[in-house]
Ligand binder design. Sequence first.
Ligand SMILES: [Zn+2]
Length: 291
Amino acid sequence: MLQINMKLHQQVIDDLCPGETVRVNHTDCPSGEDTRRRLYLTRQHGEASKVLGYCHNCSNSGVMSKGYEAFRDQLHTKKSASTQVSSKVVPPSYLITKLSDFTIHGRSWAITNKVTQAMLDDYRIAMTGEGKVYIPRYDEQGFFTGYQLRNVTPNTREPKYTTILSDRDRGYSFVHSNVNHPASNFVITEDTLSAIHVVEAFKKQGRTNVAALANHGVRTNIQLLELCIGYSTVVWLDNDSPSVINAADKMARTLQLMSDGAVDVVDKQYSDPKHYQPRKILDILEETCNG
Ligand SMILES: [Zn+2]
């Protein structure tokens, strides 16, 4: 049995809360290149100084106990997410819009998430003066409804995610490459980046008839589903746990009751769209609708 080199995943490990599991690609996996995030990293609930790794590709495991002091130090001052809602929300006054001006952690975030300068421009993603990634939210009419800040700097006392919403936000974001051309197909994703990657994949084919709806989580949102009534719709969540797989099925069943359009769910072997290249996104969607 080989030991997994946990140090290569130090940044992810530092961010893990007790009981939390994340999936990453196993760097240098001895069973071949892992592009399906088959390495599971879990911080133990009872013994929070210990992070266990297990790769479902090579079946090797690893353990990491070092570096926990810094984590414990911030544990009581930092929550992993915070949300604020108010009647009027405007974007931060100072935003860095050029990828080359992002901090090193910001650029690393962009590479990991396959975010390009063109995508920053088209979807108004930026970096704040505090070095956080800014991702705005828009509704189906193109109105700004709030934003999320992603803390990409390791070892800070700030939460990982901060969400600032106006009271007109209805819990989803609408992503479309051409608002003048009404969409006839919808893809429901968990997060904005996945929605953007779906729309971009179709845009590369010259197709602007597909819109994606970021559900911001896995709970069924009736107001989001209402937008899909009568249209061909695919539900594509991360499928990284049985509860998410159930949530996707529930969303699809609910929409089927409301709609006479076709409703399909992406096979549970696939994680969410942001982990795939454009060609693969299109292949998965075709397989989903014709399979
Ligand atoms: Zn492996």
